[in-house]
Design a protein around this ligand. Sequence first.
Ligand code: 9YT
Length: 137
Amino acid sequence: MIVRRLAEIEGSPREVSGPTWISRRLMLRSDGMGFSLHDTVIHAGTTTEMEYRNHLEAVYCIAGRGSVTVVGGETFPIEPGTVYALDKHDRHVLVADEALRLVCVFCPPLTGQETHDADGSYPPSEAHGKPQGGNDA
Ligand code: 9YT
């Protein structure tokens, strides 16, 4: 059994940030679960465009308010209790009217240190394998 607490992750290599977010990576590929699990905060007043070409992601909001828009498509409000899933690798825009606290699951799992490429995606996990220096902390 793996038992881990957010307090252990804060300030460690499992805490990774981008310009609009900070992600505490509770479970990573090295944990062998087949998914990664993140406690992510999207900062208030920000807009983030993303497209996870190499991953599926489910996002469950536990605090804050905002919206997610499929590029060229529909906009959905986000509030605590809302889950969205990028089942078609949808390019999307996430707006945080208030700081959003999101529980995110990625499949395949992230290795650890990924931040968004210029196109808003993360590289395939193979490119972050241990020989290339992937974190896997
Ligand atoms: C909701 C979302 O995808 N935010 C960007 C950070 C990502 N969740 C991560 O790496 O944890």
